[in-house]
Design a protein around this ligand. Structure first.
Ligand code: BG6
Length: 507
């Protein structure tokens, strides 16, 4: 792979090559909510390559026109803060095509090959194809095998494949999927997506740590007491009950998003800002996370499931009452872990991770709590104990920014102290709308830049961390539900930190 100049990488205008994006699962939620709105935004910003087309596939019989109409509705609905421009849509949607068919049917792949040739001619996509697997994960092995047996994995231009999580159901399954992938594609053509790595504020952690001289010297066990990583969602399972029931919070959020965020916070500085150098450091950190022994799981991991509640005058169903969910379901909608990293920098520093559905609000952040000052010169006048240490909060969403809490003297006579905060807010400082994670990641895949994608060794390291917990929980019968919708999770999660002398902060 050619090394990018710092300007090419840093200016963010990666050279996306002409290509056709084939979306398997084009009638699904992800395509509607994330992929098409991201592509439309890229079109609006004139960042798509000159030759570009989308070919959607799913079993639903639709014409190109009907597919475009569905996508128009989706984009108009999920664009969030941007305006929908009908004229731009007209232009953009001319490059949207659709091919109905069952992915288990061999003849579909022949039709796909023919359609790709035709699109390549009319849209001048240079024979490049980016396959995007956004189907039910159970279909991945079949699709990958059939792409290879029908010869679609090679072609006149490049062939790449983007795979949505989950990468397997556990460590063994992830290895099997990777074996199939490697039979068809080389590593540099495989893009395993973890959209948290594409979030601007997660990328900013690298800038914050490695472009500034003052934080990195403090970034270790000597100064940091513990780290809390929270990804809370106020929504429930949103019509995905049947899918979610098979997955649960540990597989859905921790095995991938939260461990990747943790790796970004805790990794060593890479030697260069190049894909493999950055990924090597992330991978090394993930491999240094201490793997729990069977008998430690109960004291280091907590599972929860939400019960129905009345929130803001509305009745919210419990997880077991959601459509498609077993009324006796043992699936966790909340998970909290206490992890340790076994290396010189972090020995003994707990990393607490928590995530859940139906928590009080949507917030993702990382709180770095420093040790308290070694000597209480001011006697702690008027300051509650947990308020004292310095706290650095990296806010990923929704109000992206960074805050540093420290103590200041309250004006007036005497030496009364009060915590105050120094704040950086993304929106206010840059006045720009940040690209969505999918915008960044789709463009990177078209440019062949895997920096923000995960690698097989990272995926396996993440599975290795959660595997003992998955196994222990599979053997247990939980007394679910154990937290009311709209609260911060089960009481055991508080006890998890209390045992270590800490307390969850309220984000
Ligand atoms: C997805 C999970 O990967 O991430 C969802 O499958 C979750 O359950 C989503 O809601 C959260 O993403 P974001 O970007 O909204 O924080």
């Amino acid at each position: 792979m050619r090394t990018r100049t710092p300007d090419e990488r840093l200016e963010g205008k990666r050279r996306a090559a002409p290509s056709t994006l084939v979306i398997f699962g084009a009638n699904g939620d992800l395509t509607r909510r994330k992929l098409l709105p991201a592509l439309y935004r890229l079109a609006a910003e004139r960042r798509l390559p000159a030759g570009f087309a989308v070919l959607g596939n799913s079993r639903t019989p639709l014409s190109d026109e009907q597919f475009r109409e569905r996508m128009r509705e989706a984009v108009a609905r999920y664009l969030e803060d941007a305006d929908f421009d009908a004229r731009l849509w007209e232009e953009f949607s001319r490059a949207l095509f659709y091919l109905p068919g069952d992915l288990r049917d061999a003849s579909l792949y022949e039709r796909l090959a023919a359609r790709l040739e035709e699109i390549d001619r009319t849209c001048r996509t240079a024979g490049n194809v980016l396959f995007y697997l956004s189907t039910a994960p159970g279909l991945y092995p079949e699709v990958v095998t059939r792409l290879a047996s029908s010869g679609l994995h090679t072609g006149p231009g490049w062939r790449r494949i983007v795979i949505e999580k989950p990468f397997g159901r556990d460590l063994a399954d992830a290895r099997e999927l990777s074996r199939l992938l490697y039979r068809a594609f080389p590593e540099e053509a495989i893009f395993r997506i973890d959209h948290y790595l594409g979030k601007e504020t997660v990328q900013n952690i690298l800038a914050f740590r490695f472009a500034n001289g003052i934080f990195e010297p403090l970034w270790n066990r000597r100064y940091i007491d513990h780290v809390q990583i929270t990804a809370a969602e106020s929504i429930g399972v949103e019509g995905r009950g049947a899918f979610y029931q098979e997955v649960g919070a540990l597989r859905d959020m921790i095995q991938n998003h939260l461990l990747q965020v943790m790796a970004t916070v805790a990794m060593e500085p890479p030697a260069a800002f190049e894909p493999e150098a950055v990924r090597d450091e992330r991978a090394k950190l993930l491999r240094s996370i201490r793997i729990l022994k069977e008998h430690e799981v109960d004291s280091c991991a907590v599972a929860g499931q939400y019960a129905s509640a009345r929130i803001g005058g509305e009745d919210v169903p419990g997880f077991r009452q959601e459509p498609g969910v077993d009324p006796e379901s043992q699936t966790e909608t909340y998970a909290a872990l206490a992890l340790l990293v076994e290396n010189w920098r972090w020995a003994g520093v707990p990393f607490y991770l928590r995530t859940g559905k139906r928590l009080p609000r949507r917030v993702t952040d990382i709180a770095i709590q420093f040790h308290a000052a070694p000597h209480a010169l001011f006697g702690g006048v008027g300051i509650a104990e947990p308020m004292r240490p310095n706290l650095l909060v990296l806010r990923i969403q929704p109000e992206e920014g960074i805050s540093l809490r420290f103590l200041a003297k309250l004006p007036g006579s005497g030496m009364k102290l009060r915590p105050v905060s120094m704040d950086f807010n993304y929106g206010a400082s840059f006045g720009l709308r940040a690209p969505t994670a999918y915008q960044t990641l789709l463009l990177d895949a078209m440019a062949g830049d895997p920096t923000l994608y995960t690698r097989q060794d990272m995926v396996e390291a993440c599975w290795a961390v959660v595997q003992p917990i998955l196994e222990a929980w599979a053997r247990r019968r939980f007394d679910f539900p154990n937290y009311a919708a709209g609260t911060w999770g089960p009481p055991e999660a508080e006890a998890l930190l209390a045992r270590r002398g800490h307390r969850w902060r309220s984000p």
